[in-house]
Design a protein around this ligand. Structure first.
Ligand SMILES: CC(C)(COP(=O)(O)OP(=O)(O)OC[C@H]1O[C@@H](n2cnc3c(N)ncnc32)[C@H](O)[C@@H]1OP(=O)(O)O)[C@@H](O)C(=O)NCCC(=O)NCCS
Length: 291
């Protein structure tokens, strides 16, 4: 590993998990805001920061100057469990770049979780050349779409905290697997996405199921389904608007085989470790599990 300009004599303090140090925690939030315009403060205030989110950071004079976070993820895949580490919030303050700090933080994560099934992350355009140096491979993801669907136009209830929150929380704890690669546990990440998707959440009382969907013209994007019953996508068709004729899925559905390669947008998947099944089954990580 090249440690350009960095030596152990330099005053960088390695900090694993700044959550309980108020000064460092706030400076971590500030760096996230500065680099990615992330509102991590609100995320924390909403109690979404659980023990499965662990920032690895370097601090200088009480200020976080570089970070890479480990998200401990558990997925159900073909009735087996995969333990993956999703690396996120990789950022180095501009004044401290190209000194090997991000490289060292990611290497610490790789070493700490070497027993995991694999590591993955979503790279933005600026960083796609950075991760291969750490042994990550650009990995294909597939988008699932179903054309010519007939939807029923029956009304689904719009989500309302007062009426639905308790029920949703209960279902989250007892939800059944319904897609090919389904995240388990990780209530912090689920709560974060639910909070940001509230206008798109619906409840179908005859199925006792919640779904998260966004409709644009005649295309409906189905992001997630929560139910304590075994569900199939077709069960929900009667409850989608009648003008919808195309469904795009934010995950890899069990029943639908029609898939296309995802375009390389801002989020390019990089993996390291055993992703053979993921590749063979033409999967994608559910959009609402991105950290
Ligand atoms: C990407 C980023 C985290 C790298 O941090 P860093 O601490 O400078 O990284 P390192 O010093 O460990 O860099 C290691 C190597 O990658 C190179 N590198 C750094 N940034 C790079 C980039 N954006 N693209 C390609 N290579 C990069 C360095 O030149 C260095 O190469 P070398 O050792 O062969 O000379 C930093 O540029 C950053 O914060 N960017 C903005 C936020 C961002 O895009 N994060 C990635 C999200 S996916």
């Amino acid at each position: 590993m090249k440690n350009k300009g960095f030596s152990p004599m330099q005053p960088y303090l390695f900090v694993k998990n700044c959550k309980n140090n108020e000064v460092l925690r706030n400076s971590f939030f500030d760096l996230g805001e500065e680099i990615f315009s992330l509102n991590l403060r609100t995320w924390h205030e909403n109690n979404c920061w659980k023990d499965d989110y662990i920032p690895y950071s370097f601090a200088k004079n009480g200020v976080i100057i570089a970070n890479a976070s480990a998200n401990l993820m558990k997925f159900c895949l073909n009735d087996g469990i995969k333990h993956y580490i999703q690396i996120g919030t990789v950022m180095t303050h501009p004044d401290y770049r190209n000194r090997g700090l991000a490289t060292m933080l990611i290497e610490k994560i790789l070493a700490d979780y070497k027993g995991a099934d694999g590591f993955y992350l979503f790279a933005n355009e600026n960083a796609v050349n950075f991760y291969p140096k750490l042994g990550f491979y650009k990995t294909k993801e597939y988008l699932y779409r179903q054309n010519n669907v007939a939807c029923g136009g029956l009304a689904a209830e719009k989500y309302d905290d007062l009426r639905h929150k308790e029920r949703l929380l209960h279902i989250l704890q007892h939800r059944k697997t319904f897609c090919k690669l389904q995240m388990q546990d990780n209530i912090g990440l689920t709560t974060f996405h639910i909070n940001s998707m509230k206008p798109y959440i619906y409840y179908v009382s005859p199925l006792n199921a919640f779904f998260i969907a966004e409709t644009k013209g005649s295309t409906l994007t189905l992001y997630d389904v929560f139910s304590d019953n075994r569900m199939r996508e077709s069960d929900l068709l009667p409850y989608f608007p009648a003008n919808v004729d195309t469904i795009e899925y934010g995950y890899a559905p069990n029943d639908i085989s029609q898939s296309t390669l995802k375009n390389d947008g801002d989020d390019v998947l990089f993996t390291k470790g055993n992703f053979d099944e993921f590749i063979k089954e033409k999967l994608c990580f559910p959009l609402l599990t991105h950290a």
